[in-house]
Design a protein around this ligand. Structure first.
Ligand code: NAP
Ligand code: F7E
Length: 353
């Protein structure tokens, strides 16, 4: 029988890659999206799967809306990826982040408890939950057993989501897992995140469209992996017989400065000629050092990273240079051309009446 998956946040980086991965595995894929005045389906379009997924408008602050999505899609697996995912913005809107990034996880679990207890549930937890621990332990790779010391409203909200997932797993025997994913990047990353911001600006500078790249904390170290490989780990976690939590990482830490240095080097430029520190991009608190120990995932899931730092920087910079070169020839960016799905791909409660 064809398996059915429901992905919350299908319009985001991971949602789009995961949808593609699951379609290739033969799944019927349903995705939730939020109603916007300008639709945001460019990533699905970019991956060539826009007409292959079923879309359900869902309001994450409304449990009834989530219940409807479960009834419409009747999933075997739910991947909960939707969130206000930008750490910097969580300092600007801590309450909204608490609601959408934290509390909405309970709304989904509660809807599952009421509608379909047998579903398998993946929760997108994060390395940000470790916060200060990555620094206080002297930079040792962090595993599932390390202490969480969140340093942002985003991380605190995700820690709540992590615990509520465990509580529903233990209390109601729901097959619920937490993927503790470290930073993962790609050409589909949002432009405000540092890797894509750097790659994008480096390409513009190389092509004479800009001259300066303004950044915040250059010393922060992160464990950066390649997003298409990370979504596979989500699926692997749900194929086990027992639910559990897993760290997914590359095991290497690099600084923002190293990322910038390496990105400029790829196009034959010196980063110091173009990078300026701008206090607008410095956070009230910033996690100094994060690196992950993925040995449990390797041992139990058979998962390990294939794309490491240098290759990742190259993939991202080359893609941006290609995009901006085509733009100079008059081609539009995919996100400049809002697309509307054909109506039979949008599912609403009216279908069940
Ligand atoms: P992303 O690109 O920012 O995508 C987030 C998704 O959530 C988008 O579909 C977005 O919809 C949706 N969303 C945001 N606010 C919403 C709201 N108020 N109501 C409904 N939907 C909303 O994030 P990602 O990189 O794919 O990450 C996926 C998940 O993994 C997130 O939960 C993130 O926090 C977590 N995570 C990410 C990383 C990473 O390095 N990428 C690491 C660990 C954990 P729109 O497209 O309409 O904005
Ligand atoms: O920042 C520093 C910044 O915004 C990385 C999310 O996917 O991964 C992501 O969170 C580092 C930080 O990602 C700029 O201060 C310097 O130290 O790319 P980022 P993040 O905060 O690590 C985790 C795992 C998630 O779960 C999140 O959802 O780079 N930095 N200068 C800058 N960061 C940004 N954005 N912009 C700058 O100009």
């Amino acid at each position: 029988m064809v398996k059915r998956a429901l992905i919350t946040g299908i319009t985001g980086q991971d949602g789009a890659y995961l949808a593609k991965f699951l379609l290739e595995k033969g799944y019927e894929v349903f995705g939730t999206y939020r109603r916007l005045s300008t639709p945001n389906f460019w990533r699905l379009e970019y991956l060539g799967i826009f007409d292959k997924v079923n879309l359900i408008p869902v309001e994450l602050s409304d449990t009834g809306s989530i219940v409807e999505a479960l009834k419409i899609s009747e999933p075997d697996e739910v991947y909960h990826l939707a969130a206000q995912s930008f750490v910097e913005a969580s300092f600007e809107s801590p309450v909204a982040t608490g609601d959408i990034t934290g509390l909405a996880t309970t709304r989904i679990l509660e809807a599952i408890r009421q509608v379909c207890l047998d579903v398998k549930f993946y929760n997108a937890a994060t390395s940000e939950m470790f916060g200060a621990t990555g620094f206080l332990n002297g930079g040792k790779p962090l595993s599932e057993n390390d202490v969480f010391r969140p340093m942002s409203p985003y991380a605190a909200a995700k820690l709540y989501g992590y615990w509520i997932t465990k509580i529903y797993r233990e209390g109601y025997k729901i097959f619920a897992v937490n993927g503790i994913l470290f930073n993962h990047e790609s050409p589909l990353r949002g432009l405000e995140f540092v890797t894509r911001k750097i790659a994008n600006e480096v390409a513009k500078i190389k092509l004479g469209l800009s001259n300066e790249l303004r950044l915040g904390n250059l010393n922060a170290k992160r464990d950066w992996g390649y997003a298409p490989e990370y979504v596979e780990s989500m699926w692997l976690m749900l194929q086990r017989d027992e639910p559990d939590d897993y760290v997914i990482a590359t095991g290497e830490a690099h600084s923002v400065k190293e990322f910038a240095e390496s990105a400029f080097e790829i196009v034959g430029l010196n980063w110091e000629d173009h990078v300026r520190v701008d206090k607008r991009f410095i956070r009230p608190l910033d996690v100094p050092h994060l690196v992950g120990d993925y040995s449990k995932a390797e041992r139990v899931l058979g998962w390990k990273p294939r794309t490491k730092f240098n290759k990742l920087v190259e993939i991202m910079v080359r893609e941006e240079v290609g995009r901006w070169s085509r733009w100079l020839k008059g081609e539009r960016f995919p996100w400049d051309a809002p697309n509307y799905p054909s109506e039979n791909r949008i599912l609403t409660r009216a279908l069940r009446m």
